[in-house]
Write a protein that binds this ligand. Structure first.
Ligand code: RFL
Ligand code: PHB
Length: 389
């Protein structure tokens, strides 16, 4: 097989890049380790920045998003007995859109089907060859048979556990990492959301988040210990704990019901540098991870796709390599700002096992400053809705 851009990973980064390239007449083949059903079964992010919405429009797959997504002009933050609102639209003139990553991925798969896109599932033993040459190629197995794709460029969109990042030699690559001493236990339930906006809650019992997918599908999270397991949590125990962590008036109106998904995600900040090695370009979780507190994971993946897509268009349409050469530096500059925001928001909102009385005072001072300062709220809003590309 031969294509212009070989894309490893059929998650949102890989599919979005493929669809954007297709619209510009640039060919690609996506190879994915899992089945399509598996990819579409994953419950992940829920908040989209305008930048990602714009890319989905450009890719021709924003129809359902516009019909079914919810525009959120602000968010609620609670601590102790206090709850305040940060109004994004008033402060920085932009809202966010609540629409699940699962739906984004489904729309991208549908668009790929409609345009005759090639996505090869169940691939194994993927190897990137000759990334430092002008003629890289991939080898992999499907159902025990060896396959080969020759290409001009390789996009490594294969997530944190993929092979692309590890293809960059250790001598070239530097990893930066921070592991948080807790996780998030998430529950999806077919119940109306407790509030029409998200609530991020700092409570002495630990962080909680009230989010949603639609008018009758809620997504809730509570901070849990790293050695916890979803099996330890009955639905009743989860609801009781959530109620203890959110403001009393919200807890009173919370509608509970059976969970339809329950899982634990660890929290990690991670960045690898550089994001390019020869003709291999890393995008999304393959290069960086953020804790979910700022809803930046999927959105930062999208900004990488934006830079790489534009660089590839410049290469194929104008013969310019400038965008490709500056890709890593440009992407990393925005990635580090998303890392900083997610780290700050995580640090302010969670209970840490080793937290001293001084650390607690700092958290409360940070929250009080945010509650009382329009400038602080504006800085938060600017980051939450997404920094410019
Ligand atoms: P993905 O979505 O991980 O997709 C990568 C794809 O590559 C495939 N793959 C391979 N394919 C071929 N060959 C290989 N060797 C391969 N190795 C892996 C995988 O099967 C997969 O389909 O990365 P991508 O596309 O960069 O998208 C990034 C986002 O998925 C991610 O940033 C967010 O979902 C992060 N994230 C969250 N972000 C938020 O903003 N809010 C959230 O609430 C939120 N919750 C989460 C999350 C990530 C999680 N992970 C990764 C465990 C919850 C979880 C559980
Ligand atoms: C979600 O709805 O899954 C969600 C929303 C906001 C976050 C993290 C997760 O910060």
């Amino acid at each position: 097989m031969r294509t212009q851009v070989a894309i490893i990973g059929g998650g949102p980064s890989g599919l979005l890049l493929s669809q954007l390239l297709h619209r510009q007449g640039i060919s690609s083949i996506v190879i994915e380790r899992q089945t399509r059903e598996h990819v579409l079964g994953r419950i992940r992010a829920g908040v989209l920045e305008q930048g990602l919405v714009g890319l989905l429009e450009q890719a021709g797959c924003a129809g359902r998003l516009h019909a079914e997504g919810f525009t959120h002009d602000g968010t609620l933050i609670s601590y102790g007995d206090q709850m305040f609102r940060v109004d994004f639209t008033e402060l920085v003139g932009k809202p966010v859109v609540v629409y699940g990553q699962t739906e984004v991925t489904r729309d991208l798969y549908d668009a790929s089907d409609a345009s005759g896109g090639q996505v090869i599932h169940n691939v194994e033993n993927v190897v990137i060859h000759d990334a430092k040459s002008d003629a890289p190629f991939l080898t992999f197995e499907v159902a025990g048979e060896m396959q080969r794709i020759d290409c001009d460029f390789v996009a490594g969109c294969d997530g944190f556990h993929g092979i692309s990042r590890k293809t960059i030699p250790d001598a070239v690559r530097q990893d930066f990492e921070k592991i948080y001493p807790f996780g998030w236990l998430g529950v999806l339930s077919e119940t109306p959301p407790v509030n029409h906006e998200l609530i991020y809650a700092n409570s002495p019992r630990g962080f909680a988040l009230c989010s949603m997918r639609n008018a009758n599908l809620s997504r809730y999270y509570i901070q849990c210990s790293l050695d916890d397991s979803p099996a330890n949590w009955s639905d009743d125990a989860f609801w009781e704990e959530l109620k203890r962590r959110i403001p009393a008036d919200q807890a009173e109106t919370l509608v509970t019901g059976p969970s339809i998904e329950k899982s634990i995600a660890p929290l990690r900040s991670f960045v690898t540098e550089p994001m390019q090695w020869g003709r291999l370009f890393l995008c999304g979780d393959a290069a960086h991870i953020v804790p979910p507190t700022g809803a930046k994971g999927l959105n930062t993946a999208a900004s990488d796709v934006n830079y790489l897509f534009n660089a590839l268009v410049d290469f194929y349409q104008d013969g310019s390599s400038d965008g490709l050469e500056s890709y890593s530096a440009k992407a990393l500059s925005r990635v580090w700002k998303a890392e900083r925001f997610s780290w700050w928001f995580t640090t302010m909102m969670h209970q840490f096992p080793e937290q001293s009385e001084f650390d607690l005072k700092m958290q409360i001072a940070d929250l009080e400053f945010l509650r009382s300062s329009a400038a602080a709220q504006k800085a938060m809003a600017e980051n939450y809705v997404g920094l410019p590309y």
